[in-house]
Design a protein around this ligand. Structure first.
Ligand SMILES: Cc1cc2nc3c(=O)[nH]c(=O)nc-3n(C[C@H](O)[C@H](O)[C@H](O)COP(=O)(O)OP(=O)(O)OC[C@H]3O[C@@H](n4cnc5c(N)ncnc54)[C@H](O)[C@@H]3O)c2cc1C
Length: 360
């Protein structure tokens, strides 16, 4: 079957790109799993924070805000960045990093926002704009929009090999299905280098890292006003969830090969240990834990654009830990590069170009 654009990977990256392209091209979405959204997209912590990922990611997150907010996918949460006595310089540096951006950050006394906060957590900065993202609803919306725009979604269809013949790609899946497309988009998350290799394209060094989440009940139920709480030194974050629950992460980042990653007991134990050093609440029950893969290019910025060396091969990878909150802007950039259209405002698109990995 012939398509203009074949997108490999139907996570949030591939689905939202297909939706943004819409009827302007014949789009094929190839997904290895029977269940789209099974990997990173289905395992996120589900928040939108303009500071998360630092100044390289902030323009993408900020530009994505209106689409997520107007679509009803964001709910107010707020993020409280906290530090111990010795962390004053780290909080100053954090404020300085975002001083020239539209992100509003205010110094606060963290003890007024987190009951039972241990005394050494003296410093706080509030990021009021941080929000919950309804990831399931947003992802379903993007897949639906992709299908409505005419995209064909093939599941259980892992790309095994792709070959460039007469200015188009001949793609073969593991179960022997054959497809043709002029452009191959690599939106395969943690598998981005493997998919490049399958197309005889030189990998750029996308590395997957395990990140663990734990769902807890505590003997002191978190107040309904509790914001997302993040350690300025990157040791943990936690956020309140429905039913008086907490989602907690030890902010782990263990390099692993791309696979169906599961949580390790040591990471769950580390998360709880760190949590108990923050508040005097007791963990009453660990209800569940999960892990997912965050994948990064070598410079930790996303990669959107045509490969420097192989025609028709388009990178849409390296979404890191921010692929949901940046998805609308990323999809807009990808669609503009592929079929034309406006770029998101306030984003220096060139800094994400795949050509930065060109080799002599
Ligand atoms: C624990 C955790 C918490 C996170 N929290 C947040 C958060 O709060 N906010 C936020 O914005 N982001 C968060 N993220 C990051 C976010 O989840 C990812 O950046 C995003 O989901 C990446 O989307 P993706 O489509 O690139 O990857 P994926 O969702 O992994 O999709 C890639 C798809 O490609 C498919 N694929 C792979 N190889 C092939 C092949 N050969 N053929 C066909 N298909 C293939 C896979 O099956 C997969 O479905 C978090 C991530 C983790 C792990």
């Amino acid at each position: 079957m012939n398509y203009d654009i074949a997108i490999v990977g139907a996570g949030i990256a591939g689905a939202s790109l297909a939706a943004a392209i819409g009827a302007r091209a014949r789009v094929l979405l190839l997904e290895a799993e029977d269940q789209p959204g099974y990997h990173a997209t289905g395992r996120s912590a589900a928040f939108w924070s303009e500071t998360y990922g630092g100044p390289a990611i902030q323009p993408l997150t900020t530009a994505s805000g209106p689409a997520l907010r107007d679509g009803g996918f964001l709910d107010p949460l707020g993020s409280l960045h906290i530090g111990r006595t010795g962390d004053a310089a780290a909080l100053d540096a954090f404020l300085a990093e975002f001083a020239d951006t539209p992100v509003a950050l205010d110094r606060v006394d963290p003890a007024t926002l987190v009951p039972g906060l241990r005394r050494e957590w003296r410093h706080g900065v509030m990021e009021a704009s941080c929000a919950y993202i309804d990831v399931a609803a947003y992802y379903a919306d993007r897949l639906r929009a992709a299908r409505c725009g005419g995209a064909v979604v093939e599941t259980g269809a892992a790309l095994a090999a792709a070959e460039r013949q007469n200015e188009r790609w001949r793609m073969v899946t593991h179960d022997g299905r054959v497809f043709f497309a002029e452009v191959l988009v690599n939106a395969s998350g943690a598998w981005a280098d493997a998919v490049a290799s399958a197309a005889s394209v030189r990998p750029i060094g996308v590395q997957a890292y395990r990140r663990t989440m734990v769902q807890l009940l505590t003997d002191t139920a978190p107040p309904s006003t509790l914001p997302h709480v993040a350690d300025i030194s990157g040791g943990f974050y936690f956020k309140p969830e429905a039913g008086g629950r907490l989602w907690l992460s030890p902010h782990d980042e263990t390099p692993v090969n791309a696979h169906d990653v599961q949580p390790e007991e040591i990471d769950v134990a580390t998360a709880i240990d760190r949590f108990e050093q923050v508040v005097d609440w007791r963990v009453a029950k660990v209800e569940r834990s999960w892990a997912g893969l965050r994948s990064f290019a070598p410079d930790r910025a996303p990669v959107y654009g045509f490969d420097a060396h192989v025609p028709g091969f388009f990178w849409f990878a390296g979404q890191g830990g921010f692929g949901i909150q940046t998805a609308p802007a990323a999809a807009q950039i990808g669609a503009a590069l592929l079929v034309g259209g406006e770029m998101p405002t306030g984003v220096d698109v060139d800094r994400y170009a795949a050509t930065r990995f060109a080799r002599p």
